[in-house]
Design a protein around this ligand. Sequence first.
Ligand code: DLL
Length: 436
Amino acid sequence: MKDYMFNEKMETLDRGKIELIQLKRLKETVHRLYENVAYYRRKMKDASVKPDDIKTLQDVRKLPFMEKEDLRKNYPFGLLAVPLKDVVELHASSGTTGKPTTVVYTRNDIEVWSEVMARCLAMSGLSKQDIFQNPIPYGLFTGAFGFHYGALKIGALIVPSSGGESKRQITLMRDYGTTFMSGVISYGLHLAKVAMEMGIEPSKDLNVRAGLFGAETFTEGLRKKMNDLWDMDAHNVYGLSEMCGPGVSTDCDQHDGLHLWEDHFFVECIDPETGEPVEPEEKGELVISTLTKEAMPLLRYRTRDLAFLYDIRECECGRTHVKHSTIIGRTDDMIIVSGTNLFPSQIEEVLMKHQKGGVNYRIILEKKGYLDLMAVEVESLEVLSEKEKDELAKFYTKEIKAVTGYTPMVRILDPGTIPRDGIKAKRVIDLRDQGG
Ligand code: DLL
């Protein structure tokens, strides 16, 4: 399935026009936030900047950064720039504490999200002729809805199979003749394995020939494995709830960098230590501003994602929107387990809730087949009987699931058994081989 443009006019705009649109939209967003969101007004006053100070795109640097912490402080609706009655949808993902990062959309925000996702899906080859299976849980996570809206805009036949029940996913693929799939790449690989266990060869017996995946580390090694197992052309989609969800950027058929939709997002790449811009092709943290978001616009949002911006603006595919590299890592301690975001602090909070639990713990991330597995090992305060250990493990499993949405394997260990590595305890041990 070949890359084509969903919106050729916008995808091939020349640089001058892109920048004109960006400046106009940036100014409008700054004004709207200043007028409608008290928290922003205060932050801008603290930084001694007024909306009229934004005269060029470079002036964006005068604006203060926004961070996940700002969203937490304003949980859930403190950053709304429109009345709540104009909001039509809400999504959420894990925050650094028990409070989820909550994002909201107006009808027009949903329209823009559908448009950017349609561009990403078309870039990956999805067309009206396709049968599109969406094996992502439909719920607070932005993933399933983003893909759904984009595919709806293109007019593909959507099979909203939602997450889990892997054998059923394969049966649906076979019965409906699915040609295109979405999701988290590790789950796509897992599905290939499940098909083979069912005696079905994905590359021969199923029709899935392309797919778009994101939400977690995506390496060339994983892409190659996915392509080989399914005989497909896998593409990479990047996004985060704070911007809309999936749909910020995708790689074209060149598979060399992800085009970021500059008419809707303004991207900077900064040194995470100093906050100063880095040179093109130099690794830094992506900082993104929304240019068209109505319900909850965000300016200079620190994504914590490390990548670099490409220097060359023109791409063989004809698109003019800037490209960034795949995400190389994060600047904070957020863990992504099969697409679910978790912070060690969330787990720590749960572990400290039980009198019998000790303070020493570690989180171990492993692969089981293609799937991620998270084990939480925690020392008890005193030696416990097997029955008591079992009860404590059950308590923690239930509580961690309630806070993060992810069911871990909990192991209760005797006091003093978790090795210490110097002064600092090493809380997260990642044994996953991300190279695929
Ligand atoms: O993961 C949105 C999404 C859903 C993107 C489905 C793509 C596909 P959050 O739950 O807010 O939103 O998590 C955002 O996930 O800051 C990155 O650290 C990571 N991430 C997202 N896409 C990619 C990717 C969704 N393609 C966080 N490669 C981001 C690497 C990714 N990391």
